[in-house]
Design a protein around this ligand. Structure first.
Ligand SMILES: [Fe+2]
Length: 147
């Protein structure tokens, strides 16, 4: 169970950092297609933020505590901070790579939840994988060169 708790905390923290990055890209994006990307990042950060409370409550349902500080979250997350303001294609590329990373983290967490018979949690994680798959699709499609 301790391993499942740790994997879920890692998945939560990675999701939270991804949310922070998508929201900061929403604020900082610039360029000719500004509004399109501003809206795309908004759609993503709003969806991900909408999962945060339920994610944390799933950790409490395992009878474990939530990380209580930025410091702990930053130790647990697998998503790298972005301190610069990249250009919009780099922003999309970075969020796409992070989405793919989160999908791997969620799958690992899902398998551990299934193995522990925590089907409520695995069900939640399956929904999160589906949501991040959709974000990855939108991001990938936004930077694909047309024939
Ligand atoms: Fe906004």
């Amino acid at each position: 169970m301790e391993k499942l708790v740790q994997l879920t905390r890692i998945a939560f923290s990675s999701t939270f950092s991804f949310y922070v990055k998508a929201h900061s890209f929403h604020w900082n994006v610039e360029g000719r297609d500004f509004y399109e990307y501003h809206k795309l990042f908004e759609e993503i950060y709003e969806e991900v933020y909408g999962s945060i409370d339920a994610f944390a409550e799933n950790i409490r349902k395992l009878d474990a505590y939530m990380p209580t500080s930025y410091h702990t979250l930053s130790m647990l997350t697998r998503i790298e901070d972005e301190d610069r303001v990249p250009n919009k294609d780099q922003m999309v590329q970075e969020l796409l790579m992070d989405s793919e990373k989160i999908l791997i983290i969620l799958k690992k967490n899902y398998d551990a939840a299934e193995a522990a018979g925590e089907h409520g949690l695995s069900n939640f994680l399956a929904e999160r994988m589906d949501a991040h798959k959709k974000h990855a699709w939108f991001l990938r499609a936004s930077i694909k060169e047309q024939q």
